[in-house]
Ligand binder design. Structure first.
Ligand SMILES: *Cc1c(COP(=O)(O)O)cnc(C)c1O
Length: 395
């Protein structure tokens, strides 16, 4: 079957974004429908992404949609984590509860479904791990081929194993995530590959559902701040686009402020914002314990910058030690997270300490990935084998 070509970027050097026509939408009716759909179990509307189809991909024919009931993730409060950050009230949105264990599923279901609607059978991404395991799940679910490019170092082994287990073709290369993106940019079309990295605008549309669900769970209000980790900056871009939709349509009447947290060793976006600059200088050798944030040249930085402008947002960078300190607390709270997710909590604490966020304010942190995603990180603080007590069983 012939495929229609897919475009990801514009001649201006920026990424494409989808502009939806929402003029015919009735917000009160949609709120009722979104509420009723929460009772669905076995239809497409049981998905925490496709429940909001009217706001995500209204024209995508449903037979092409590949779904694993993604989204529908828990919203939790932990007194321990709250007091660590210092805000008055803290919500943790556990995107780690997605089918592949990270928020990437919210966007991946939309991208793979769209690629299918164009006739593609082969899907590709480059990834520090979570994008590839997410793509592998959706390709496997629909009986499609997935090809993933994984850097040969600084990647969490669990994520690669997970990707292989779902049947993806894994190709490893010497270089970073950024080199992988450049390769796909050049060769994907010729190889007939539909690219599922966050340069794909459907990923962004699908990821908007994270803030839709957060707002719906809180009865169409949002906390003062939404705090999330930033690597490629797709999640920050999607969050901002979702907020823009909710606000302009009238689902919410006040925009929260957004805080994007990067790891110190991979923080080109934070450095650009902190220095008041308007052009991103890539980090040539990114390095952080938070493998999902190990990105030196984030493709979505322009979109993320616009999100900060829209929401009067801020950025921060946290050290690997701060990340691991926050991770230990999230793990002990019973929610658990991989290091990249803990960066959001560490960053919130830092911003409160610096006075950028007031202790009387409220916040939600997006817990982006599951604790089991990175067992190397667990080993570094769990002190094995000393932390396991050997006992003699009496017969
Ligand atoms: C991808 C990812 C991030 C970073 O999100 P971006 O959209 O790349 O900024 C953070 N945490 C986890 C667990 C991820 O998988």
């Amino acid at each position: 079957m012939d495929t229609s070509p897919m475009w990801y970027s514009c001649n201006c050097g920026g990424l494409l974004q989808l502009v939806q026509d929402f003029r015919a939408l009735d917000v009160e009716l949609l709120k009722r429908q979104f509420h009723e759909r929460r009772a669905e179990r076995h239809t497409l509307m049981a998905s925490g992404v496709w429940r909001y189809k009217e706001l995500i991909a209204p024209d995508l024919p449903t037979p092409y949609i590949v779904s694993r009931n993604e989204g529908n993730t828990g919203l939790y409060q932990s007194e321990r984590v709250r007091s660590f950050t210092g805000v008055r009230q803290l919500w943790l949105k556990a995107q780690s509860e997605n089918p592949s264990g990270s928020f990437k599923d919210n966007g991946m279901t939309a991208a793979v479904s769209h690629g299918r609607s164009l006739g593609y059978r082969k899907f590709a991404c480059t990834s520090t791990g979570n994008t590839s395991s997410s793509l592998a799940i959706y390709a496997a679910t629909a009986g499609l081929t997935s090809v993933v490019l994984v850097p040969d170092r600084d990647v969490a082994l669990n994520k690669v194993l997970q990707t292989l287990a779902y049947g993806a073709q894994v190709r490893t290369f010497t270089g970073t995530y950024d080199d992988g993106i450049r390769w796909l940019d050049k060769y994907a079309e010729a190889e007939g590959l539909y690219v599922c990295n966050s340069v794909n605008p459907y990923r962004i549309e699908g990821q908007k559902s994270i803030v839709f669900e957060l707002a719906q769970d809180l009865n169409w209000t949002l906390p003062d701040w939404i705090v999330l980790p930033g690597g490629a900056l797709s999640n920050a871009s999607a969050l901002g686009k979702g907020l823009h939709d909710l606000y302009t349509l009238g689902f919410i009447d006040k925009l929260p402020r957004v805080a994007v947290i990067q790891a110190e060793g991979a923080s080109p976006f934070h450095q650009m914002i902190a220095s008041g600059g308007d052009a991103l200088t890539p980090e040539v050798k990114p390095s952080t314990v938070a493998s999902a944030l190990n990105i030196g040249n984030p493709p979505s930085w322009r979109k993320a910058r616009d999100v900060l402008h829209l929401t009067n947002g801020v950025t921060a960078a946290v050290s690997d030690n701060e990340i691991m300190e926050a991770k230990l607390l999230i793990d002990r709270s019973g929610i658990g997270a991989e290091p990249a997710s803990a960066a959001a909590v560490a960053g919130l604490r830092k911003l409160v300490n610096e006075g950028a966020i007031h202790s009387e304010e409220t916040a939600a942190c997006i817990v982006t990935g599951h604790l089991l995603k990175d067992s190397d990180a667990l080993r570094t603080y769990l002190d094995l084998p000393e932390s396991i007590q050997h006992v003699r069983l009496q017969s």
